[in-house]
Design a protein around this ligand. Structure first.
Ligand SMILES: [Ca+2]
Ligand SMILES: [Ca+2]
Ligand SMILES: [Ca+2]
Length: 382
């Protein structure tokens, strides 16, 4: 259940009559990930309210769940322990994730410079891997791609590739195939805007750039996406500027990226693969070739997965209580972006009996009579 809770006492009648208002509020989110809009502009102040996840600062002997924090990409088995590689540019140290009504947003911070590579052949990947059906039996396991610590169930990626020290493509990936025949079938579906979430592998994947134009991409999509097209892309391929965007901090240590929901395409019944109300598991990785790195080798760093990320359709409600202009009443109000949530109240938090406040689901402001008794309020997603 997703809810925000405001623990407070209603204003007491006596205090209201004397003009002294007693108010105390403590609103806190419980497992809710509210709508949060981000602008991809290299200004990171819009991330201030989004929770951080941290990853160790890499170095010789620094382990992350028993795995050298930045490590080689040559191992593939779940129980393998890759070797440490000194590569500060892929040393992930902080990451964040949020969403709004139609976009996923990711934030990365590294010890070195994100995206940097040699002008001759440098390759660098900023990767968010998504378990879009919250099901570990579909998709692939990270170790298959050399990413550790491993976890499984990842169906799709949102990803940016840099090649020769330049932005190359921002693309979506699907890992729903285990052999060439399954991959051929997946690609055929994807030319029609359909992604099937199936058991997959790291090796057999497809990768595309989405354009908000019917003609810019190689494959014009059918309705309801007839204003869109996609182009399948390969690593080191030509530059395509689609709808995945990324922006860097001035020092290059931070990036923010956006991947609109629509680029993940639709299932066979026409439902978007990524939409509000769904729950995702997310894994963040940085990976690069080693021409400029002290260790001279390819390396990657993978953070702990964000498990159970719920795409709430509501903004953070900011439930508040205040005296009313009407005598002996109080006003409960919350942000208009949380309209549709249900206000509930209980008289005690010991064996609480949460009762719906009638009419609250169609408004974001409600007046209630003040009484001498305490009451506690919370907002719930219906
Ligand atoms: Ca920003
Ligand atoms: Ca790290
Ligand atoms: Ca899955």
């Amino acid at each position: 259940m997703r809810y925000y809770q405001l623990m407070t006492q209603r204003c007491r009648r006596g205090l209201l009559q004397t003009g002294l208002i007693w108010l105390a509020g403590l609103a806190f989110p419980l497992s809710a990930e509210p709508i949060h809009h981000i602008t991809i502009d290299g200004d990171f102040s819009d991330w201030a309210g989004v929770p951080s996840h941290y990853d160790p600062v890499a170095g010789p002997g620094v382990l992350h769940h028993g795995i050298p924090d930045t490590h080689d990409t040559d191992h593939k088995l779940p129980g393998d322990i890759p070797a440490y590689v000194a590569h500060p540019d892929v040393d992930l140290v902080e990451f964040k994730f949020t969403h709004d009504q139609s976009n996923l947003y990711a934030y990365f911070r590294a010890t070195g410079v994100i995206g940097r590579g040699s002008p001759e052949k440098g390759r660098y990947y900023v990767i968010v891997t998504l378990d879009v059906d919250n099901n570990e039996t579909t998709g692939y396991a990270l170790n298959e791609g050399g990413y550790y610590p491993t976890s499984s169930g990842y169906d799709m990626n949102m990803e940016v590739e840099y090649y020769r020290d330049q932005y190359n493509t921002g693309h979506y990936l699907n890992h729903g195939a285990r052999n060439q025949a399954e991959l051929d079938a997946a690609i055929q579906d994807q030319t029609n805007g359909i992604v099937r979430i199936l058991p997959g592998s790291y090796k057999y994947y497809s990768q595309w750039v989405w354009f908000d134009s019917s003609s810019e991409g190689d494959f014009h999509l059918p309705p309801p996406d007839a204003d869109s097209s996609i182009t399948f892309v390969a690593d080191k391929g030509p530059v395509y500027q689609g709808i995945i965007h990324i922006a860097h901090s001035a020092d290059g240590h931070e990036v923010e990226m956006v991947a609109p929901f629509r680029g993940f395409m639709r299932d066979a019944s026409g439902e978007p693969i990524v939409k509000l109300g769904k729950t995702l598991k997310l894994s963040f990785s940085l990976e690069a070739s080693g021409e400029l790195a002290p260790g001279g080798e390819w390396a990657s760093d993978t953070g702990d997965p964000i498990v159970g990320y719920y795409l709430s359709p509501f903004t953070k409600p900011n439930l508040q209580i205040a005296p009313s202009l009407q005598d002996h009443h109080v006003v409960l109000s919350w942000d208009s972006g949380a309209r549709g949530m249900v206000l509930k109240q209980t008289l005690t938090l010991t064996d609480p009996d949460w009762q719906v406040v009638n009419g609250s689901q169609i408004t974001n402001r409600i007046e209630l009579p003040a009484t001498a008794a305490s009451a506690f309020f919370r907002l719930e997603e219906p």
